[in-house]
Design a protein around this ligand. Sequence first.
Ligand code: NAD
Length: 316
Amino acid sequence: RREAFGFIGLGQMGARMAPNIFKDASIDELIVYDVAPDAAKTVISNPLSQGKKITVATSPADVVKHSKKVLTMLPNGKIVSDVYKTHLIPNTQAKTIFIDSSTIDTQTPKDLAAVLRSKDALFFDAPVSGGVNAAAAGILTFMVGAPTAEQFQIAEAILKNFAKSVVHCGDIGSGQVAKLCNNLILGQVVQQPHPWSAHGRRVEAMLMGTRLGVDPKTLAGIFNTSTGRCWSSDTYNPFPGVLPNIPSANEYKGGFGSSLMLKDLGLALDAAKSVNLSAKGAQTAHDVYTSMVKDSNMGSLDFSGVLKHLDTTSPK
Ligand code: NAD
């Protein structure tokens, strides 16, 4: 049986992810929607989309009226809630499967899943890790909240087209818990002075070493074969020119926006507070990204651009 797949939110991540659904031979049409009118262009020009039908919907309701499998990839919880409550839920067909891969709070997925269950539809939270290159290559890691192993398998069958790994984290909402824990680490790996972490101080170390005369590639090479090795030194180095094809090589454009990292650290702090945990490292990272976004006006730069923020706020 051939069917249409709905995809809502074609930003840095969504536009790169969406064409990967054509790896599933039963999908012969992609129905996409984004508030930005030009967002679908990237999907249409993707090699995986050639010879396939791409319909650009004029509203989220249009997507859900014509598709019983829908993935949403939106900036934040407020927008996710609004898109579902105002547009998707009222127009849902029975047996529709919704997957939200945005990074949002842990409660909204539970609320949406409950309402959709009453409409005989399924909802999963399935936030991702991996960044824009992994999104394009279809090798993301998905952290899925699903009430049962059987329901998880329904989400997994869809998500495997976009993924190298799809993990069942627990009941609805626990995908977001795992994701917020990951970004609590990530927000600190790139920039922050974490007292117990061997891979902390990435930005500080790169700036200090290069200001004191060591070549950035040499420095990164040392970390990558030493105890300082981590994702932000060997895959996503924040220092311009150390690695190709990542945001730091392109003036910090086209990655994971700092304003989104600030949002995630805020969500992680709320989650920590809800279990009475003092998370000082995350608080420091949150302070730094607040300053980067609000004082330096760099919210649209990739989060690794915190190196540029530190460089400009600590003049030589
Ligand atoms: P983005 O801001 O680039 O894209 C969001 C898209 O949603 C935009 O195209 C925007 O026009 C669209 N949008 C906004 N409101 C809308 C609405 N009401 N209806 C339809 N479309 C709407 O963000 P992104 O970088 O693609 O991230 C998406 C989500 O994934 C965020 O929650 C982010 O935290 C998470 N995430 C991002 C990365 C990354 O590396 N960029 C990695 C992991 C997770």
